[in-house]
Design a protein around this ligand. Structure first.
Ligand SMILES: [Zn+2]
Length: 224
């Protein structure tokens, strides 16, 4: 992927300085309300090499997610490559037969939401038992596991005993999903990122620590 292929989403508002982020939606540029377009364009030309370098380092091979959830698109989730067939119907539904996802609904957005709900259920079915197994190994417990739609994080562990995961991790290969779940369960024991925390993560999912640098790079592409 290179910058030319990315849609640019330009937002003006109450921000104090210019920012540009590469996300699943495209290049998101935020500019202060009073800044001239010439200034914005000059700045974008300056930071372009840096953004190009960041894109070149992003491990896109880890995910296969279409820009649009339209008919004929393919998507890899839970390590299986599915073809999506869309149909305009008044009611939303998701049906999976072999490697085809039949996605019905009144609009692109409604179909996307239906698929998101389906992913949340499927990811929960996989993640809950795995998180329980990890917790048992550490002799700790958690109240429940929630799958939600986060805007900028892949998971969380709150002090009231709830583990939370971003639904978009369903697009990652299983070893990466395990690394994220091990990370959140390890936080029950250690609410920090110091050496003993990473030792615990490694106990649960050997090799998981090393996968985190990929996760930091691919993470921004898992928020839709
Ligand atoms: Zn953490």
């Amino acid at each position: 992927m290179n910058l030319q292929e990315l849609p640019v989403l330009f937002q003006r508002g109450s921000v104090r300085r210019l920012t540009a982020r590469v996300t699943a939606k495209g290049l998101v540029v935020r500019a202060p309300a009073r800044m001239s377009s010439v200034q914005v364009e000059t700045w974008l030309r300056q930071i372009r090499p840096k953004l190009e370098r960041r894109l070149a380092r992003t491990p896109f091979h880890l995910i296969h997610v279409p820009h649009e959830m339209s008919g004929g698109a393919s998507v890899r989730l839970l390590d299986t490559l599915f073809q999506i067939l869309c149909e305009e119907k008044p009611r939303s539904s998701v049906r999976v037969l072999a490697d085809t996802i039949y996605l019905k609904g009144p609009s692109d957005l409604k179909r996307k939401r239906a698929l998101e709900r389906w992913c949340i259920r499927r990811l929960h079915e996989e993640a809950e038992p795995l998180a329980r197994t990890f917790a048992k190994q550490l002799d700790v417990s958690f109240e429940k596991l929630l799958i939600r739609s986060y805007r900028s994080r892949l998971g969380a562990c709150s002090s009231d005993g709830k583990l939370q995961l971003h639904w978009g991790i369903i697009f990652l290969p299983r070893v990466y999903r395990e690394a994220i779940i091990a990370h959140e369960v390890a936080h029950i024991r250690a609410p920090h990122h110091q050496a003993d925390f990473w030792k615990t993560v490694e106990e649960l999912a050997p090799g998981a620590h090393g996968l985190h640098s990929d996760l930091r790079k691919i993470g921004p592409f898992l928020f839709f």
